[in-house]
Each structure stands twice: as structure tokens, then as C-alpha cells.
Design a binder for this molecule. Structure first.
Ligand code: SF4
Ligand code: SF4
Length: 65
């Protein structure tokens, strides 16, 4: 369980990086990417994924299996 960032929508604003409790969001090729091996969907940390909560771009960050 994890989320992923849509590179076509991400503006590389960087707002999501500092709010991630597991430090799973990292710069990647000028944009940002989610490390799926450490992303917990913020379970136990917050009611909803904090990156999705902070991202201003609609549907930029989505759930993946
Ligand atoms: S908050 Fe959204 S638009 Fe900004 S870097 Fe993160 S995923 Fe990209
Ligand atoms: S869902 Fe939570 S743990 Fe996963 S990348 Fe977003 S802020 Fe980090």
C-alpha cells in the first residue's frame, strides 16, 4: 500500500516532501517521487495521507496497490 505522484500533474512545488511522516517523498529527476517501500499511506500517523492533503494539484497523488 502506497501512493504515487503523477509526473504529468506534479509542479515540483515541494510542499509534500516535509509533511511526510515516513520521509518517503524524495526529489527525482526534477520532480518528486514516493518511495513505495516505505510509504504507509500515513496509517497510524494521520487520518488521511498528508501528501494528498497538502498537494494543491487535483488527482496528482493517488493510491496504488
Ligand atoms: S505537493 Fe503535489 S505538486 Fe507539489 S511536489 Fe508534491 S506532488 Fe508535486
Ligand atoms: S501517504 Fe503519507 S507516508 Fe505515504 S508518501 Fe504520502 S505523506 Fe508519506
Amino acid at each position: 500500500m502506497a501512493v504515487q505522484i503523477n509526473a504529468k500533474i506534479c509542479t515540483a512545488c515541494g510542499d509534500c516532501e516535509p509533511v511526510c511522516p515516513t520521509k518517503s517523498i524524495v526529489p527525482h529527476k526534477g520532480l518528486y517521487t514516493v518511495k513505495t517501500d516505505t510509504c504507509t499511506e500515513c496509517e497510524g500517523e494521520a487520518d488521511m495521507p498528508q501528501c494528498i492533503d497538502v498537494c494543491m494539484e487535483e488527482d496528482c497523488i493517488v493510491f496504488v496497490e
